[in-house]
Design a protein around this ligand. Structure first.
Ligand SMILES: NC(=O)c1ccc[n+]([C@@H]2O[C@H](COP(=O)([O-])OP(=O)(O)OC[C@H]3O[C@@H](n4cnc5c(N)ncnc54)[C@H](OP(=O)(O)O)[C@@H]3O)[C@@H](O)[C@H]2O)c1
Length: 253
């Protein structure tokens, strides 16, 4: 199938899906002009990104965004680790507490073990209100305990949204190994990144950041579809954007 790319990098197919899932009014917002500060470095703008959880995934993506020209603040439970990480990346990287990272970022990446999400939600509190949050977190009962069973039953997208109240959540970067995330820019656009969200502007901002590290974002639907964005589902692993669209079309909504 031939897909026509639009100016913002979405395809007609992405748009059709989104119109179905989120309504035309919300989508019009996504197509509208985002404030300049919310544009990705790849499109001439620099974003401020707060990272909560600077482990395998947060560390790799944060480093890739710094290389792409964004400003990043790393945070975790170990600020010394975050200071070392930032020092290796130069002046566009810094370290702070999770609350400082949340205040700093116009977009947040939350990338912690799922069992830590309730604490993150409480710790960040009002700082989450209206914030674009990219959620990489996957619930694994063996690692995360009972909350993972609850999240799997509810669906990871809707569960994360409940644990991070007020955030404009987008699920992304959930089922590709962290070690691959820093290398995607070597062949930009070859591998697709399934994303799911309900908020049009948040989807647009997250899409730019996905693209800035080398993946082609593919919107598979609203947060309810976030249940498929985790290891062990047909969307997991590396697929071309076209394959993701085909797989997603066959998934039960
Ligand atoms: N690894 C992968 O390939 C991969 C791929 C896709 C998605 N994921 C998912 O993404 C999430 C992160 O995975 P990861 O492999 O990056 O994990 P990780 O290496 O264990 O890193 C987790 C990070 O979260 C921090 N953290 C824990 N509790 C916190 C809290 N309450 N507040 C702030 N920070 C906190 C940890 O800080 P400390 O080190 O100071 O404890 C650490 O920096 C997981 O949910 C995972 O399932 C992983």
């Amino acid at each position: 199938m031939t897909l026509t790319m639009e100016a913002d990098g979405t395809t007609m197919e992405d748009r059709r899906r989104f119109l179905q899932s989120a309504g035309a009014g919300a989508f019009a917002l996504a197509l509208g002009v985002l404030p300049h500060r919310a544009r990705g470095a790849g499109e001439g703008g620099k974003m401020k990104i707060g990272i909560v959880g600077s482990g395998n995934v947060g560390g790799a993506l944060g480093a890739a965004w710094v290389k792409a020209g964004h400003e990043v603040m790393f945070s975790s439970l170990n600020i010394e680790h975050d200071r070392e990480l930032a020092a290796q990346l130069g002046p566009n990287a810094r370290a702070g507490t999770p609350r400082e990272a949340a205040a700093f970022g116009e977009v947040l990446l939350v990338s912690v073990p799922y069992r830590a999400l309730p604490d993150v939600g409480k710790e960040l509190g009002e700082l989450l209100k209206g914030k674009v949050v990219i959620d990489t977190c996957n619930p694994f009962p063996g690692r995360d305990g009972e909350i993972a069973n609850w999240a799997r039953e509810r669906g990871a997208g809707l569960a994360s949204a409940q644990l991070l109240p007020g955030a404009r959540l987008v699920r992304a970067f959930n089922a590709i190994g962290a070690a691959r995330m820093g290398a995607a820019h070597e062949e930009p656009g070859r591998v697709g990144m399934p994303i799911a969200g309900d908020d049009a502007q948040a989807i647009a901002a997250a899409s730019r950041l996905v693209r800035d590290v080398g993946y082609e974002p593919v919107l598979v639907g609203g947060l309810a579809m976030g249940k498929y964005l985790m290891p062990g589902t047909p969307l997991a692993g590396e697929h071309t954007p076209e394959e993701i669209r085909r797989i997603a079309a066959g998934l039960e909504k």
